[in-house]
Write a protein that binds this ligand. Structure first.
Ligand code: GLA
Length: 697
């Protein structure tokens, strides 16, 4: 029976699959059938066997095995090697790589290669090349030069995925699939425009309806034929801009689905299907594109500088929110990248701390891009785990330590995930709507989200980031920073949450726009104004900070200020503006109203850090949340994962990481098991970048 290292403890059932080829010779291999036969934590790396002589592969895999690498992701750019000419597929070398990896107890994730079409393809079918926004055709020589809406390209990419799935869909050493790589580039040619117009027709039904909902009488934009409607990405009618982004999202989804359907048809359900996304990247709606996937995954790069645990943590939680379960970090930097402004390396110990930070936020896999640099190509300077000479670089030992630790901590972390009583609402519609009309350049909706996320996470140690369309009753507190565009269904979802006893906090610019990115005919927060018992009288882009004072102490607001009013005697003013532009002087800056056992609050100011911390404490207390009582020294973060114990009861895992510059000591509320070392401990000492994993078991 094939054993993947570290999982021998799980019961596995052997299944005979007589399909595999070993060095070209058919052999009977034994597959694992037990759903638990996957590892609780994977360490991985991106490996490109097609770039190296086959005689080198064994040495690479030996070094990986020594570093406790549990999976390799391969083939995601190998189209020209897997289909050297149209219809002539060569997957034998992939088969040999998969078998050799298996010999080293290393599982495989296969990437479909559609992010890098071969030259024969784009020269034979030039219509598959994308049209750039300026009307020029992209060309071969880089990657992502394809048109995601092109039927021929989809057909050819689908065939490639199908061939791979037929060959490896039952391979016991293939654990999953990644479709394409970092969806990003759109195409703007005539055929795409025609599809966009069809999409609009399907959405709006009639031109009258579209004209009304986009208010096209403004600037004589009225359309009398679908074919008149252009593509606009920046300065067009807000309804047109939003529709294009939604079309882009649906087109990525259908592009992905062509390959996904082929893989599903020919593979075993135990093989997951994912794609690698890019954190806060917002050129498409990730909730739309994720919904057909089994697993959400993202590529986590710091670029210049060092890990910002708050910003990076929010990107993890965002990704976890796509499918509302644990996710994978499919790529991360082994020390440094090559594409940023200044490609400094992470400090010694920081790579390990970053990986545990990933796990703390719900990552079940961390994979380094890449194993070894190609000897030529655009990324010669990127960080790797072995050098151009094929021997380990200094970081290799740190990653090997991580691999050992993942194996040791795996059983404790198995079946656990972050569970949060607090969620932040995030929507692409709202981010786009604000970014097209920031009104104050400094108003970045991502920053608005982070300004709430940081202090809330510091208090409760786990925050979900989810779409406003999901059921919310599991949360005690729901915070919606900058939820600018709110559909009626979403507004009803929020009101139902509050009526059910939930505590809702709305941030600046909330509920100003409707489903077509048009203005709500009511003042903010639109449909929620009645429940709030107050509203926004006026918004102001600020050219200077404004003083604020009230229940959360005295401080200041920046960037944006909303002058609120109270209409219902049951609503209460929490904060007021001090002397500023005259309009705001003495006016409400934050108001709240109890609704049954729940409440609704509106915060119209962009609070300074100290005031936001006080506001966050108030939100947590008002919502009846009781976070674990632990005193954390500055720079130390706590991440909590929990799950059911095998024999009943709740298993709780604490991951403590010291991002500070000094040695720190944390006293635990009660003794816990030190998972990476051993024994029960009542307090923990952490060096800078130090990590401790604790369990209540
Ligand atoms: C992205 C890509 C990889 C590689 C890395 C380099 O994440 O997916 O192929 O180019 O960047 O950081």
């Amino acid at each position: 029976m094939k054993l993947i290292r570290g999982i021998a403890c799980f019961a596995m059932v052997a299944l005979l699959t007589p399909t595999a080829l070993f060095f070209g010779v058919p052999v009977v291999v034994e597959a694992q059938q037990n759903p638990e036969s996957k590892l609780p934590l994977y360490l991985g790396t991106a490996w490109y066997p097609e770039q190296w002589p086959e005689s080198r592969w064994d040495e690479d895999l030996t070094l990986m095995e020594k570093a406790h690498v549990h999976f390799v992701r391969i083939t995601e750019f190998a189209w020209s090697t897997m289909e050297p000419s149209e219809g002539h597929y060569d997957l034998d070398w992939v088969g040999r790589a998969v078998r050799l990896a298996e010999k080293h107890h290393i599982a495989v994730v296969l990437g479909t290669p559609s992010a890098a079409p071969p030259a024969w393809l784009t020269s034979k079918y030039p219509e598959t090349l994308r049209t750039m926004e300026d009307g020029r055709k992209d060309q071969h020589g880089n990657r992502q030069q394809f048109d995601w809406s092109n039927a021929k390209y989809r057909e050819l990419a689908g065939k490639m995925a199908e061939q791979m799935a037929i060959r490896f869909g039952h391979d016991p050493n293939v654990i999953g699939w990644q479709i394409d790589n970092e969806y990003a580039q759109e195409s703007y040619g005539a055929e795409t425009k025609r599809q966009f117009q069809e999409w609009l027709k399907a959405r709006y039904g009639t031109l009258d309806n579209l004209n009304t909902r986009w208010t096209t009488s403004y600037w004589s934009q009225t359309y009398s034929a679908w074919s008149q409607i252009p593509i606009e990405t920046r300065y067009g009618n807000p309804g047109l801009l939003l529709s294009w982004r939604r079309f882009v999202s649906d087109t990525w989804r259908s592009y992905q689905k062509v390959q996904l359907d082929k893989i599903r048809e020919h593979s075993e359900p135990r093989q997951f299907i994912t794609t690698n996304m890019m954190g806060f990247f917002d050129a498409y709606d990730h909730y739309v594109v994720s919904q057909d996937l089994d697993l959400a995954a993202w590529d986590d790069y710091v670029g210049t500088g060092h890990l910002d645990p708050v910003y990076n943590g929010a990107a993890h939680d965002l990704t976890r929110g796509f499918l509302r379960k644990n996710f994978w970090v499919m790529e991360t930097q082994p020390g440094f990248v090559n594409w940023s402004k200044d490609n400094n390396a992470l400090d010694k110990g920081e790579v390990r701390a970053m990986a545990w930070h990933d796990v703390g936020h719900g990552a079940d896999a961390v994979s380094y891009w890449q194993w070894r640099s190609a000897l030529n190509g655009q990324e010669e300077y990127h960080g790797t785990l072995v050098g151009a000479d094929g021997t380990p670089v200094p970081l290799y030992d740190e990653v090997a330590q991580l691999g050992r630790e993942f194996e040791k901590a795996g059983p404790a972390l198995s079946g656990t995930e972050p569970h949060s009583e607090v969620s932040l609402l995030h929507s692409y519609d709202s981010r786009w709507a604000i970014n097209w009309q920031r009104h104050n350049q400094a108003f970045d909706p991502k920053d608005a989200l982070i300004s709430y996320y940081g202090p809330l996470r510091a208090l409760v140690h786990s925050v979900d980031i989810v779409s406003p369309s999901v059921p919310l009753s599991r949360y005690k507190l729901v915070v919606a920073p900058a939820l600018n565009l709110l559909t009626d269904a979403q507004a009803n979802n929020l009101m139902e949450y509050v009526r059910g006893g939930g505590h809702l906090v709305l941030g600046q610019r909330s509920a100003m726009k409707n489903d077509d990115n048009g203005l709500q005919p009511e003042r903010q927060p639109g449909l929620l104004a009645n429940m709030l018992g107050g509203r926004v009288e006026q918004f102001y882009a600020l050219d200077h900070d404004v003083p604020i004072a009230g229940d959360w102490g005295s401080g200041s607001g920046k960037i944006w200020a909303e002058q609120l009013s109270v209409k219902d005697p049951q609503a209460r003013v929490l904060m007021r503006y001090g002397k500023s532009n005259g309009w705001l002087d003495g006016q409400p800056a934050a108001i709240t109203k109890a609704v049954g056992k729940g409440s609704i609050t509106y915060i119209g100011a962009w609070l300074d850090e100290k005031t936001m911390e006080a506001a966050a404490k108030w939100m947590v207390a008002t919502s009846g949340i009781h976070p674990p009582g632990v005193e954390l020294p500055k720079g130390v973060d706590l991440y909590v994962r929990s799950g059911n114990m095998k024999g009943g009861g709740q298993k709780t895992i604490w991951i403590l990481i010291n991002f500070g510059k000094d040695v720190a000591t944390v006293s635990l509320p009660s003794p816990m098991t030190n998972v990476l070392e051993s024994g029960r401990v009542g307090s923990v000492k952490l060096d800078p970048y130090g990590v401790t994993v604790l369990s209540n078991e």
